[in-house]
Design a protein around this ligand. Structure first.
Ligand SMILES: NC(=O)c1ccc[n+]([C@@H]2O[C@H](COP(=O)([O-])OP(=O)(O)OC[C@H]3O[C@@H](n4cnc5c(N)ncnc54)[C@H](O)[C@@H]3O)[C@@H](O)[C@H]2O)c1
Length: 371
């Protein structure tokens, strides 16, 4: 893979006039926030005279409990061949303690669609949202790229003498040369395309002397192709401290699956909490999946108070992936405006219902297009 090719493939295709979107609301509040994101997408597509077609799938705990089906046969091929992108809600239901269906569907799609980039933007949209003292919007704007298909989440391992006092549990950290190289390249290509000057690779190579030695070697090779970008390495424990101490140091962070998972949740909290955090599961140039970072929040499900902003921002990321930059910017502006006007659900200190926030955002993007 050369750099030019990688640069070209950060988005889906050409940003054409029509898009086909698979919608998987899932469980709990996924079923409440996803329709609001679709509502905003319909409004922004109409305002931009674009055609967006939605097909909804009822995959989740109900289907699993009634029919014993989690990810139906042929689903992966159908999504890959017939859709441009997937808008996903959340999975997880107390009636399925093993969360078997969630693993099958979400992890299944990530792996089978080979969505190797987990993009998690950490952006402070209003200074009152951060727990950090004296920080403003300009101090926290970081894109975290987490490797999304291997590492400690590859599911390689086993038990020995399970259930006995001598039990041993082994979980392998799987790092392929190809897997490490493509996520590091993506981070550099993204930085260059966005005009960002700094890329930080984070690992724990001082302790994980095999797996992260590979990360070190690949990073050193790839960074040579990006002399215009200031690249550095920071150990993950130091990085966690530094992100809290002074988040202004970072533009783009790239790291492995486990560290990216933890670090991006830390960052999400610095930027206003789970209700606001979006993510993209991306394979450049192929059908990719966009979702809020939060889960199905069973304790507030059905009350109509879930914050839809994480899902709406994920929909905005999807628009950018489709190459619809104007529409993506319009969605982002609408969310910022809702924050400034305090048109928010209770988790962010507002008094609005999920549906009211969705209606307001849809109206905002429609009006913005006419002014
Ligand atoms: N990607 C996913 O589908 C995903 C991610 C995380 C957790 N889960 C699953 O979700 C279920 C619940 O997990 P959890 O409680 O650890 O995490 P969670 O994200 O569902 O909830 C954590 C806390 O944040 C609150 N919260 C989350 N999203 C919110 C929103 N949009 N608006 C207002 N408040 C919100 C919840 O009420 C809860 O207090 C579990 O089954 C878990 O496995 C799924």
């Amino acid at each position: 893979m050369n750099t030019q090719e990688n640069n070209q493939k950060l988005t889906l295709r050409s940003g054409g006039p029509a898009a086909r979107i698979a919608v998987i609301p899932g469980d709990g509040i996924g079923k409440e926030v996803t329709p609001e994101a679709v509502k905003v997408l319909r409004a922004v597509a109409a305002a931009g005279k674009r055609r967006m077609e939605f097909v909804e799938f009822d995959w989740g705990a109900d289907k699993y409990l009634h029919e014993g089906v989690s990810l139906p046969n042929g689903a992966v091929e159908m999504l890959r061949d017939e859709f441009d992108a997937i808008l996903f809600g959340a999975l997880g239901d107390p009636r399925v303690p093993s969360n078997q269906h969630a693993g099958d569907i979400l992890l299944g799609l990530r792996v089978k669609l080979d969505l190797y980039v987990n993009a998690r933007p950490l952006e402070l949209l209003h200074e009152r949202l951060t727990p950090l003292r004296d920080r403003t919007e300009k101090d926290l704007r970081i894109m975290v790229f987490r490797e999304n298909t291997e590492g400690l989440y590859a599911g390689v391992g086993g038990f020995f003498k399970k259930g006995t006092p001598d039990e041993i549990a082994v979980q392998e950290d799987v790092n392929s040369r190809k897997g490490v190289e493509r996520i590091i390249r993506y981070a550099f290509a993204y930085a260059r395309q966005k005009g960002l000057k700094r890329v930080c690779m984070s690992d724990k190579s001082n302790a994980l002397t095999f797996a992260h030695d590979l990360w070190q070697r690949v990073f050193k090779e790839v960074r040579q192709e990006y002399a215009d970008i200031d690249s550095r390495h920071v150990y993950i424990d130091t990085l966690a401290m530094e992100m809290v101490r002074d988040p202004r140091q970072f533009d783009v962070i790239v790291t492995c699956n486990l560290f990216g998972d933890i670090l991006s949740d830390l960052g999400a909290q610095l930027a206003g909490g789970l209700g606001l955090a979006p993510s993209g599961n991306i394979h450049p140039g192929r059908t990719s999946l966009f979702e809020p970072v939060h889960g199905s929040a069973p304790t507030i499900a059905g009350k109509g108070i879930a914050n839809p902003l994480g899902s709406v921002l994920a929909a905005g990321m999807m628009l950018e992936f489709l190459g619809w930059k104007t529409e993506a910017d319009a969605v982002h502006s609408a969310v910022r405006e809702a924050l400034f006007k305090n048109y928010l659900t209770p988790d962010l200190g507002g008094a609005k219902k999920t549906v009211e926030v969705g209606d307001w955002l849809a109206e905002f993007v429609a009006q913005a297009a006419t002014t």
